[in-house]
Design a protein around this ligand. Structure first.
Ligand SMILES: Cc1ncc(C[n+]2csc(CCOP(=O)(O)OP(=O)(O)O)c2C)c(N)n1
Ligand SMILES: [Mg+2]
Length: 386
């Protein structure tokens, strides 16, 4: 058991693999898309990863103060996967995030204050307290609202990208799935149809080793998830998900390919879930030492910091300026979210199926105070004419 765990950890552990992939990137620096990134963009990648981590750490503080109403899902150790991949998209492209893609949403324009409001179920949060984490979307900014059903966003994004193709729009869609989700029927049907239609879709499989408490080897006999691509006749590639530049490179190549009309690519990003499924999960099923080893040897933020300083020659002041900016932004966002009102019962009537909401002038209207009144109260609000 110990040996199996050890070898799995070694296979996933990736110090050697990471080194190989990092060196292959270095071997032909001009050939990879990341070689085209300017200095500001190189530092921006660090900013997004640091922002993601700081925001989640702040959410943990709020959770422990019982101010987060529902569960809290972390992406600790997976920040490079989310940020590097979303960074490869253009403004007009659309991604479909999961709970561990807070970083992707931030890159696409989600604001820390709205994320905190959302977790605190505030009345002026994007879902007005009707949803308790980050299951909300904004098509203008290019992120689609996620749903919990594993794999189901693959057929949805197949449809989204088929519409891009039918309209001759040069837009690309990116859908994230976990290792566990690759064993669902929806994943299979969605990717199969997207492949045969040559939809401009990139499928990112975040192989973080676990689905809830189930390790990969207990839920699929496939060893390398990239090999599932063979069944659909599309390219499948595997990359080091904790190397933000490698993630950017592999995603950018797939995005460019999709935009050229060459269809779907499946990318398996090797990473590790250093926290439990959610904050309540004590990870008792994880072999001793595994989490510490990943934290010590393969933290994506630490690794990129070394690239920034040792290879790209940023100095300590550049890094410190980003860190200070992140702290300031999270503090300001927290204050704003804390000051937001909780929803009123009548907020539940807004933005559902009928505009204006068909409410009867009954008791609950008397003395009504609604957090959304100022924001999106429909013109005909309260004018019951049924
Ligand atoms: C179809 C379906 N089955 C089961 C669940 C319950 N469930 C929610 S998250 C999860 C594990 C997901 O694991 P993975 O796909 O590897 O993503 P990760 O959480 O590791 O990012 C499960 C089983 C679900 N939401 N949908
Ligand atoms: Mg997983």
């Amino acid at each position: 058991m110990a040996r199996r765990t050890g070898s799995r950890a070694e296979g996933r552990g990736s110090r050697s693999r990471a080194t190989t992939e990092r060196s292959s990137r270095r071997a032909a620096p001009g050939a990879r898309p990341s070689a085209q990134l300017g200095r500001a963009q190189q530092l921006e990648l660090y900013y997004w990863m640091r922002l993601t981590r700081a925001l989640e750490e702040r959410l943990v503080n709020l959770y422990r103060q019982t101010k987060v109403v529902g569960g809290l899902f972390r992406s600790l150790g997976q920040e490079a996967d989310a940020v590097g991949s979303a960074f490869a998209l253009e403004r007009r492209d659309v991604l479909s995030p999961l709970i561990r893609n807070l970083g992707s949403m931030l890159v696409k324009g989600a604001q820390p204050a709205e994320i905190i409001r959302q977790y605190m179920a505030k009345g002026d949060s994007p879902t007005r307290g009707r949803e308790l984490n980050i299951h909300y979307g904004d098509l203008d900014r290019g992120f689609i609202g996620q749903i919990s059903h594993l794999g189901d966003m693959v057929p949805v994004m197949m449809g989204v990208t088929l519409s891009f193709k039918l309209r001759n729009e040069a837009r690309v869609g990116l859908v994230y799935v976990g290792d566990g989700a690759t064993s669902t029927g929806a994943f299979h049907e969605g990717i199969n149809f997207a492949a045969v239609q040559r939809c401009p879709l990139v499928v990112i499989v975040e192989n973080n080793g676990y689905a809830y408490s189930t390790p990969l080897a207990r839920q699929t006999a496939v060893v390398e998830l990239k090999d599932k691509a063979l069944a659909y006749g599309i390219p499948g590639v595997r990359a080091d998900g904790n190397d933000v530049l490698a993630v950017y490179d592999v995603t950018k190549e797939a995005v460019d390919r999709a935009r050229r009309g060459e269809g779907v690519t499946l990318i398996e990003l090797m990473t590790y879930r250093r926290k439990g499924h959610a904050e309540h999960d004590n990870q008792s099923y994880v072999p001793a030492g595994e989490i510490d080893r990943w934290a010590r040897e393969n933290d994506p933020v630490d690794r990129y910091l070394r690239v920034l300083t040792d290879e790209l020659e940023f100095d300590a002041a550049d890094i410190a300026a980003v860190d200070a900016r992140v702290t300031e932004e999270i503090d300001v966002a927290t204050d704003a979210a804390e000051a937001s009102p909780m929803p009123e019962p009548t907020d539940a009537l807004v933005g559902i199926y009928a505009e204006p909401p068909r409410i009867e002038p009954l008791w609950y209207r008397a003395g009504i105070r609604s957090a959304v009144e100022a924001h999106e109260r429909a013109a005909g609000w309260g004018a019951f004419n049924g």
